[in-house]
Design a protein around this ligand. Sequence first.
Ligand code: T46
Length: 142
Amino acid sequence: MNEDIPHFNGNARMIDLPIVSDPRGDLTFMEGGRHVPFDIRRVYYLYNVPVDSERGGHAHRELEQVIFALSGSFRMKIDDGTTQADVWLRNPRKGLYIKNMVWREMDNFSQGAVCMVLASHFYDEADYYRDYSEFLAASQAA
Ligand code: T46
């Protein structure tokens, strides 16, 4: 069952994926437009991340994403300009859906953590807010 992040009004929520388990191990799958609420245009992953690394520190004008810890764990700090929350990702079948206009920061990577991201658009640097005050002004004007 998918669960809302309190007070995020659908701008962020957890997505639970199916699991098929048998004595050979577990299998999880995701389908664009079904488990993931957009057509998947891009997949990327972060790995070999030093445990003291901090990533993110931006928001997106249009991009929607679902973020998974395929292995290990890390913290996502999310902020839609009004509400802030900390979400720990550590289960490969539970992804964090983040709509556009949500600032995110990532830290507390465990040794060997692998972060996989499904994205609704191709990479476009013009889609990024990398300055928090610019993001905040835009989110409050909306
Ligand atoms: C996000 C978090 C979870 C590309 O060339 N193609 C890509 O698809 C991506 C994602 C990045 N890049 C280039 C752009 C930068 O020169 O790779 C470099 C590092 O990107 P960035 O500093 O944005 O990486 P993170 O880990 O801080 O953020 C990324 C995503 O950009 C972001 O959307 O939500 O992962």
